[in-house]
Design a protein around this ligand. Structure first.
Ligand code: DAH
Length: 365
């Protein structure tokens, strides 16, 4: 290319560059007014689009740098002005958004107590069970556990129920059907009382034994306000040398007073259970009428709360405890019965229906 051509070409390129700078400048000038951002995210998008190194202002500056000296002098002020007006507008927007964030932060009261999390309440039967355990644990009883699915031996046999003993009919039992192809004993059932845990404890440890056995029991009964096919019991067992019926009476009196109040009285009526001899049922003075007589106690002034007695020597022997050396007492009570008396719940079914309006009422009683 000749000298002339070179100069011409250079001028031509400069002209093109100038045209594109002009375009860029007017495009940017047009944008300034329309620059908008509603939040910091949009503001950042704007910054990236216009002010970052690879943004539109950056591109303008790159182009500006490649101009000849004279053009630079000619356009420098305008390019700067455009850049500044974009930066000023950007800063204005930034301030606005920060101010909005400040007022939002002013409304944020960090000292405010947080909204409370709605907690569940403990089931009334759990509360009563825990209270029973607490009362007896203060005089040395510990908790023992046993299976709900039991065999005949632990529920009846070892507790002195003879094979044809009519006492077995006292409890309508759910038997577990044998499954074809699975080898299992014939006599598996759902325990009908927590006295079965006595036999488990006595066969696994030697006296002194002082345990409480809380748990769920099952009986084949039609569900009504007064009966249910499952309910809860707490069994107590104390075996040592020289344990007497007087000890049993004292412990039960202590329990009744702790559970129902210091004025509560007890009375023991002779009864029959295959696993205790002698056996008794215990009433407490009606805690609703104070013993004067009301509908709840059927005007007798007394309500029955548990069965008890001295552990039958046959039971001790069947569990491997020497009945000539040791004696003991046992008692068993229904948790629902105690809860009925304590909370005056008339319908047993309420305890297993899981209606939170009912369940919520007890925690602070
Ligand atoms: N197991 C008896 C029942 O379910 C309650 C009972 C009575 C337990 C007398 C005892 C007892 O330990 O001595 O009705």
């Amino acid at each position: 290319m000749c000298n002339f051509c070179c100069k011409f070409a250079a001028k031509f390129i400069v002209c093109i560059k100038m045209a594109s700078i002009k375009e860029r400048i007017s495009a940017l000038q047009a944008q300034v007014e329309g620059m908008k951002a509603n939040n910091s995210k949009e503001l950042e998008e704007l910054r990236l689009k216009l002010l970052s190194k690879k943004g539109e202002v950056g591109a303008l500056m790159d182009e500006f740098k490649s101009l000849q000296k004279e053009e630079k002098a000619q356009w420098g002020a305008i390019v700067n002005q455009v850049r500044q007006s974009i930066e000023t507008r950007f800063n204005e927007l930034k301030e606005q958004i920060n101010a909005q964030a400040d007022t939002a932060a002013e409304h944020l009261d960090l000292t405010r107590t947080p909204d409370s999390i709605e907690l569940g309440t403990r089931h009334p039967l759990s509360l009563v069970r825990e209270e029973i355990i607490d009362i007896f644990s203060r005089i040395g009883f510990t908790v023992a556990d046993g299976p709900e699915v039991e065999d005949d031996r632990h529920v009846f046999g070892m507790l002195n129920f003879a094979p044809e003993h009519p006492a077995r009919d006292m409890q309508d039992t759910f038997f577990i059907e044998k499954q074809e192809g699975i080898q299992s004993p014939d006599d598996i059932l759902l325990r009908t009382h927590t006295s079965s845990v006595q036999t488990r404890v006595m066969t696994s440890q030697q006296p002194p034994i002082r345990v409480l056995c809380p748990g769920r029991v099952y009986r084949n009964e039609a569900v009504s306000a007064r009966a249910h096919c499952f309910f809860h019991q707490v069994e107590g067992l104390y075996i040592d040398k020289n344990v007497s019926f007087a000890d049993l009476r004292e412990v039960l009196l202590y329990f009744a007073k702790e559970m129902f109040g210091g004025d509560t009285q007890i009375r023991l009526r002779p009864s029959y259970f295959p696993f205790t001899e002698p056996s008794a049922e215990m009433d407490i003075s009606c805690n609703i009428c104070g013993g004067k007589g009301c509908a709840f106690c059927k005007n007798t002034g007394w309500v029955e709360i548990l069965g008890c007695g001295m552990v039958d020597p046959n039971v001790l022997e069947s569990c491997g405890i020497d009945s000539k050396v040791y004696t003991g007492y046992a008692f068993g009570m229904g948790v629902e019965r105690i809860a009925n008396l304590k909370y005056r719940v008339k319908d047993l079914r309420l305890f297993s229906e899981n209606d939170v309006r009912f369940l919520r009422q007890f925690e602070s009683c």
